[in-house]
Design a protein around this ligand. Structure first.
Ligand SMILES: Cc1cc2nc3c(=O)[nH]c(=O)nc-3n(C[C@H](O)[C@H](O)[C@H](O)COP(=O)(O)OP(=O)(O)OC[C@H]3O[C@@H](n4cnc5c(N)ncnc54)[C@H](O)[C@@H]3O)c2cc1C
Ligand code: FES
Length: 512
């Protein structure tokens, strides 16, 4: 056999089948994936945020990224699960006499020669779900007009970085990564309108933008996300009182921090505590005020909630739990936070992380849930020609059927992919495993599945140590998993949780 341009990179017998093997061809990192006597070669760094894919897992014929569990088909590198939005670059590979050869020239993608579809797809909201929907519509073969509208439509970006790196000063606002390569939109002929949608009439299938223009569509996806709830107390309008949802909010927080040293965070949710962690990195005094005994008690139970609280306290964060803010006081800016027990906490800056409400007020002739969410069926359809995804969507969890709204990045993109495929004529149903990641004091925690008020929490490892996996049990089934620095095991669990799972089966998957 001729191996022109092919580089001998490994022996077949040295390659495991349950994980990839990283090699370098010239300067290109490539991951070899072995299935029996066949080897595939893919770009070794995840197209989402560059994770080393060989540190994830290969199971059920899928490659699972160690960082945010983006998932790819092991046989061709195509995208299965976000937050990656494109598949893996593939390299020609062959096996000859036990030697593995790979070409440094990637496999060329076939040019799309389909006749343009006359339909128009309208994507309302240019965040996590909106970007995923644009990519998935083209991936699904839709060749017609795609219009993406929203405040961030010029360049949808990764808002998860704001509370992890930007507020800490580890990333400038200008360096927040875009969700899709800037060239993607022109290459795929996607129109972007940077404007607010002021009205979307589901029956007439038309949307009105803030500039007065009206756009008629054949199918629309509403993915306008959440609007943070402002504090509803006297003094909430004082200067240096902030919310955090977008880049402008992050810039405003950075400006308020300049030269100041005392912060109060209202709310001990993920965003509040990530911001607390960022502010401690800047050596700012941080007090967190929140209801409940410990953070996350409802989602994770008190033991895990207590671990998050200790982690923060050990890094200098003060807590006022079982407390509510009754007023903010100051003059030219906030100076004090008054609690309902009368205590006054000095503050130069206040950041409220007290939840969001769905951004759906512009919708007409769509029945909304009590919280403003959009009820959808398993195909993410809310009404004929109208789909919803992400923070706005109220959907049924695959196994339990429980109807929920989940404010997680990957869930938004999972929804968007299902909706986009269905808008393009497929018949898909949401069957994803919810997933969330969060970062505190250089520790990353993964949260897989979804449950509240677990019956029992079983912990393998040391909760306060560098690594653990906690199984949140609902009856005899694992409802959700919280883990710390167990990337490979959590990647396998992300696959295993597609089916109902007992504790024993989950442990087997984690320790395979
Ligand atoms: C600071 C921060 C950190 C986070 N970190 C994590 C994390 O680590 N992991 C995780 O899983 N999740 C995280 N989340 C949650 C996650 O970002 C959301 O669940 C996700 O963005 C939801 O995606 P979406 O597409 O539904 O909405 P978004 O990403 O919010 O996108 C909605 C878009 O629609 C726009 N829009 C709203 N109304 C209109 C209108 N009328 N007209 C036009 N456009 C409109 C908005 O401006 C926005 O650009 C974080 C959220 C924040 C704010
Ligand atoms: S780096 Fe792979 S999914 Fe994020």
């Amino acid at each position: 056999m001729q191996h022109q341009k092919m580089h001998k990179v490994a022996r077949l017998g040295d390659l495991p089948e349950d994980r990839g093997t990283r090699v370098k061809i010239a300067d290109t990192p490539v991951m070899l994936v072995r299935t029996g006597d066949t080897v595939h070669a893919y770009a070794a760094d995840c197209p989402h945020a560059g994770a080393p894919l060989e540190e994830g897992a290969i199971c059920n014929g899928r490659i699972v990224c160690p960082w945010h569990k983006g998932t790819f088909d092991a046989s061709d590198g195509s995208l299965v699960e976000p937050p990656a939005l494109v598949g893996l670059t593939r390299y020609p590979a062959s096996v000859d006499d036990g030697d593995v050869y790979v070409s440094p020239e990637p496999v060329r993608q076939q040019e799309d020669r389909r006749a343009p579809d006359p339909a128009t797809m309208f994507i309302a909201g240019a965040g996590a779900a909106g970007a995923a929907a644009c990519a998935a519509l083209r991936e699904a073969g839709f060749s017609g007009r795609i219009v993406l509208a929203g405040g961030d439509a010029r360049m949808p970006y990764d808002r998860t970085s704001l509370s992890k790196f930007v507020v800490a000063g580890d990333m400038t606002p200008a360096d927040v990564p875009p969700l899709l390569d800037p060239a993607f939109f022109s290459k795929h002929g996607i129109e972007r309108i940077e404007s607010e949608i002021v009205r979307l009439d589901a029956a007439k299938k038309e949307a009105e933008l803030a500039d007065g223009s009206v756009l008629r569509y054949d199918a629309a996806l509403v993915c306008t996300g959440g609007i943070p709830k402002p504090l509803d107390v006297p003094g909430a309008a004082l200067a240096r009182v902030h919310l955090l949802r977008n880049l402008e909010d992050a810039r405003a927080i950075l400006a308020s921090l300049d030269g100041r040293s005392r912060a109060v965070i209202v709310g001990a949710g993920f965003i509040g505590l990530e911001v607390a962690s960022c502010l401690r990195r800047r050596k700012i005094d941080v007090t967190v005020v929140a209801p409940g005994k410990v953070p996350f008690a409802k989602q994770f139970g008190e033991r895990i909630g207590g671990m998050f609280m200790r982690l923060h306290e050990n890094n200098g964060v003060s807590f006022r739990m079982n407390a509510h803010v009754s007023a903010l006081e100051g003059g030219d800016g906030v100076r004090e936070v008054v609690l309902d027990n009368g205590e006054r906490v000095a503050a130069d800056i206040v950041i409220a992380g007290t939840g969001v409400k769905p951004a759906t007020s512009f919708l007409q002739r769509v029945e909304l849930a009590d919280d403003g969410g959009i009820p959808v069926d398993a195909s993410m359809c809310a009404a004929p020609g109208l789909y919803a995804a992400g923070d706005v969507a109220r959907f049924a969890l695959p196994h339990s059927g429980e109807r929920v709204r989940i404010e997680h990045w990957r869930v938004a993109q999972q929804h968007a992919r299902v909706a986009a495929y269905n808008m393009a004529g497929a018949k898909r149903e949401y069957a994803g495993v919810p997933y969330f990641w969060t970062y505190h004091f250089e520790k990353t925690f993964d949260y897989l599945g979804h449950t509240s008020e677990p019956d029992e929490v079983v912990i393998d490892g040391e909760l306060d140590g560098p690594q653990f996996i906690a199984y949140l049990m609902k009856g005899s089934e694992v409802g959700a998993i919280v883990s710390c620095d167990r990337n490979e095991a959590t990647a396998r669990l992300a696959e295993a949780l597609r089916e109902p799972l007992t504790l024993e089966a989950a442990r087997r998957a984690a320790n395979a």
